[in-house]
Unconditional design. Structure first.
Length: 262
């Protein structure tokens, strides 16, 4: 009987400021990765000063991460806690790392992927395909709406994307998602509470001038509010492009009607 040789290779985790302590596979085939922070210290939640006196570790948190080779992946972390020597009573502060949001069940990168695949889809599809609850998805959307955009981190924009996300439940019908195409990467710039023309125009006008100058095209669906908002803010210098997915959908609908009639 010949021996079975298992081939292995490395995949970057793409999570900063941690070291991997353990990797296992649970009975469902999901990948479980235990990590530890490599960052020392953090700002005190009361006075804001940097503190480095280690007090211990908080309870373990589990965050769903981007799938690896099609397998659901979870990150386990016990955040460090630090005592403040400057405040009365020496209160403790739990360290926060950049790759996840407190009280969220997902890493930032996985949350961003959920929003991106939501475009041209429905919340029911995402809930079913990703096995994620409606309230969890709404939490992601609300956090994006409330988040301020760090324009200093955006050096250029080649193509700006304007899309809508259908909620089909709750107090809003849809929201607008603004994406940027930089080289080969699509990043989420912001999520707007509605798709009204005035709301979109206000966002576009808030883009810094240095970033606007790097913009070549705005890609959107055929919704007039998106198209007209872009034209009124950027004029003729920036091209308005209709997403080919929506054009192809119209062609298919026409052909399907013709097929049924024939």
């Amino acid at each position: 009987m010949s021996a079975v040789v298992r081939q292995t290779f490395e995949i970057p985790l793409d999570i900063p400021d941690v070291t991997i302590e353990n990797v296992t596979t649970n009975r469902l085939g999901h990948i479980e990765i235990t990590v530890k922070s490599t960052v020392e210290g953090g700002p005190c939640h009361r006075c804001g000063k940097m503190i480095t006196k280690l007090y211990g570790e908080d309870r373990e948190i589990t965050l769903r991460h981007l799938p690896i080779l099609g397998r659901r992946t979870y990150i386990h972390l016990r955040p460090k806690r630090y005592a403040c020597p400057y405040c009365e009573g020496n209160p403790t502060t739990t360290q926060k790392l950049s790759w996840y949001t407190p009280r969220s069940a997902f890493t930032r990168s996985y949350a961003e992927q959920l929003v991106l695949i939501w475009v041209n889809s429905t919340i029911q599809d995402i809930c079913l395909k990703e096995d994620v609850g409606y309230e969890a998805l709404m939490g992601i959307i609300d956090r994006y709406i409330e988040r301020e955009i760090n324009w200093k981190a955006v050096t250029y924009l080649d193509v700006l994307g304007l899309d809508e996300i259908s909620l089909q439940k709750g107090h809003r019908d849809c929201v607008a998602i603004i994406t940027g195409r930089m080289a080969t990467e699509t990043v989420i710039l912001g999520v707007l509470p509605d798709r009204k023309k005035a709301t979109v125009k206000a966002f576009l006008r808030g883009i810094p001038k240095r970033v606007r100058q790097t913009l070549h095209a705005v890609c959107s669906d055929m919704y007039a509010g998106f198209v007209n908002a872009a034209k009124e803010v950027f004029g003729t210098r920036v091209k308005s492009v209709i997403d080919r997915l929506h054009v192809a959908k119209l062609y298919r609908n026409g052909l399907e009607k013709l097929r049924k009639r024939e």
